[in-house]
Design a protein around this ligand. Structure first.
Ligand code: SF4
Length: 413
């Protein structure tokens, strides 16, 4: 599997908790779309040159195939259908995209209209992801979201009317002063709307955000860890009872409607990314685009890829990252792990399996080692232990303890 990611760096209003790169403006969108089209062409040419450079007389030039496309941000639903069409046409002109690809677009419920939704669907977008966060007005106000609960409900209804059969809602828990009953009813409403997929995240106080400043000034308080864990456990149990399969620490899907694009990240697959602050992973190399729109634009319009950094991952890094990410998601695929790294997961993780399979936190099938819902609730501890065992078994150290803990925290966010 291989994916394309496009970062649309604009929002109508900046939410107090958000540290994604986005500008609180819409008047630069048209100019940005022009630049993005140029980046698509530059990136395609660069990939094609890399493939040709690696060809030998016995290999043929095979264009890469892509299976997912994800418009994230920022707020992609600020783009008009005409702007989306130009981007999609350019992607299809330069990349081979599978006919059955998953095409996701992140949306803010406060920005969609029936006409735009129908047009996005006609353009081939087949999955929408709404940043709903809560079905309580006081919580939406606290988070400084631009939409109301009614608008969120309406957006979902309009999406169905426009023909979308795969809709995700992002929800947030452990907000300051959030009563347990409020979290329960948010989940209840999300389920009653027949949502196909739910991402449930604990509120993070990201450094540099207004919310974190409020915390430092004593204006808000974090929920304590036990309360946060109870809310999370409730979500796992409640969503499980309503037919949602947990397939990653924070993600739940009905009828197997996993987010293919996110699964690709969690399996260590390749993805090509565009837009300011986007990062990609291709041919074993991870790269980062410039974060500021200004620097990004200057670079692209001068004919250069807007890179700020890139690193070639070693086999060792790929191995640990794969184990780490897969255990947090749909499980470590044993045969693939053996093929790619020559390591038997059954042998390397034997002590972990002996302890946590009988307690019902892990399952160990012929195909994979996976967390159960009970295991996802303690996934950080399980992954740290798994990495520790893998280090012992392979005789190489992945990261210093501190770095490993930072990574766990990053993925929790
Ligand atoms: S709408 Fe989304 S991307 Fe924009 S500021 Fe709010 S959370 Fe961040």
């Amino acid at each position: 599997m291989r994916g394309l990611y496009l970062h649309i760096p604009f929002c109508q209003h900046k939410c107090v908790y958000c540290d994604f790169y986005s500008l609180e403006t819409t008047h630069l969108i048209e100019e940005f779309v022009e630049t993005l089209l140029v980046e698509i062409r530059l990136r395609a040419a660069s990939i094609s040159a890399s493939i040709q450079a690696s060809e030998t007389s016995s290999t043929l030039h095979t264009p890469l195939q892509f299976h997912t496309v994800f418009f994230g941000g920022g707020t992609p639903s600020l783009l008009s259908p005409q702007q989306m069409e130009r981007i999609i046409t350019e992607l299809q002109r330069h990349f081979v995209i599978d006919a059955n690809a998953e095409w996701t677009m992140e949306c803010n419920p406060g920005t969609v209209t029936p006409q735009h939704l129908r047009a996005y669907r006609e353009l081939g977008i087949n999955r929408l992801s709404y940043g709903v966060q809560s079905f309580h007005e006081d919580e939406l106000r606290f988070l400084s979201r631009i939409h109301s609960t009614d608008e969120a409900r309406e957006a979902i209804k309009l999406s169905r009317d426009a023909g979308f059969e795969n809709v995700n809602l992002d929800l947030m828990f452990a907000l300051p002063n959030q009563r347990f009953e409020q979290w329960k009813s948010t989940l209840d409403i999300a389920v009653s709307l027949h949502t196909d997929h739910i991402s449930a995240y604990s509120l993070i106080f990201e450094p540099g955000t207004p919310l974190n400043t409020m915390l430092q000034q004593g204006k808000v308080q974090k929920q304590n860890e036990e309360y946060d864990a109870e809310m999370y456990s409730y979500a796992i149990d409640f969503l499980g009872r309503h037919g949602y399969e947990q397939y990653e620490v924070s993600n739940f899907a009905k009828d197997g409607k996993y987010c293919a694009h996110n699964c690709l990240y969690w399996q260590g697959d390749e993805y090509v990314s565009f837009g300011p602050s986007a990062h990609g992973y291709l041919f074993g190399t991870r790269y980062w685009n410039a974060r500021s729109l200004k620097r990004y634009t200057e670079s692209v319009l001068s004919g250069a890829l807007p890179l700020t950094n890139s690193e070639l991952l070693s086999d060792k890094e790929r191995m640990f990252e794969r184990a780490f990410l897969e255990l947090r998601a749909r499980g470590i695929r044993k045969a693939d792990f053996m093929r790619d790294f020559g390591i038997s997961i059954d042998n390397a993780l034997a002590p972990l399996l002996r302890e946590f399979v009988p307690t019902g936190e892990l399952t160990n099938s012929a195909e994979r080692v996976q967390c159960t819902p009970k295991g996802y609730a303690v996934c950080d501890a399980l992954t740290v232990e798994a990495i520790h065992l893998l280090e012992k078994y392979s005789g190489v150290q992945w990261k210093q303890q501190e770095e490993a803990e930072e990574l766990v925290q990053e993925w929790d966010e």
